[in-house]
Design a protein around this ligand. Structure first.
Ligand SMILES: Cc1cc2nc3c(=O)[nH]c(=O)nc-3n(C[C@H](O)[C@H](O)[C@H](O)COP(=O)(O)O)c2cc1C
Length: 184
């Protein structure tokens, strides 16, 4: 199973538009795919008990069980916030890792896309994220896709033709990387 993570809780994010496009394209290949949108983390995650399994927020537990545990591949779309990936994404990883982090993350594969209004396409943040995912024993696809000047490639909440071609090629590369033909 593939889980796509839209890596921000900012409402109406461009990241989510790209994540939804990828979801549709991958679903059309016949692979089992789910989408985890961090905008749904609209709950109080910041409390002292969050680092213990019993103190894990029920929403985090259910997302972990439905979206992370059964996935063997994570596709993470991350916007650039202050030169890196958003804090909510790290908070989510930390909150999930409070319970069985080795089995939750270890041995999975990941592919990364950066999204930025600026010119760097969050490439720096994708490198930061790669270091963390490698620490968690996740193999990250070497070719990461930085989407720079994103406003030029999203109009009326749709990805442009030009960006769709790039994203479609990325999906092909991900499917080859995870070595799937039919069902993941
Ligand atoms: C808190 C915050 C920090 C940001 N920092 C950067 C940045 O460092 N570099 C950049 O190119 N864009 C930055 N942006 C703009 C985002 O790249 C832009 O909003 C883009 O659309 C991707 O984010 P989105 O998915 O939230 O729409 C920032 C946006 C926010 C909300």
């Amino acid at each position: 199973m593939i889980t796509i993570i839209s890596g921000t809780n900012r409402p109406n994010s461009k990241t989510k538009i790209i994540a939804k496009y990828l979801f549709t394209q991958i679903a059309n290949t016949g692979n089992l795919v789910k989408m985890l949108d961090l905008v749904d983390l609209n709950v109080d995650l910041l409390h002292h008990e969050m680092y213990t399994p019993s103190g894990q927020h029920p929403l985090i537990s259910s997302l972990q069980e439905d979206m992370i545990d059964p996935a063997n591949v994570l596709i993470i779309i991350s916007p650039e916030y202050n030169g890196s990936f958003p804090g909510i994404l790290k908070l989510f990883i930390d909150a999930v890792s409070a319970k069985a982090y080795k089995t939750t993350f270890g041995g999975k594969k990941a592919a990364l896309i950066g999204v930025a209004s600026g010119r760097a396409g969050n490439f720096r943040g994708l490198e930061h994220l790669t270091g963390i995912l490698n620490y968690l024993n996740i193999t990250v696809m070497p070719n990461k896709l930085p989407v720079s000047s994103v406003s030029n490639y999203i109009k009326d909440n749709q990805v442009s033709e030009e960006l769709s071609v790039t994203l479609d090629a990325f999906v092909d590369e991900v499917l080859a990387f995870i070595n799937v033909e039919q069902q993941v």
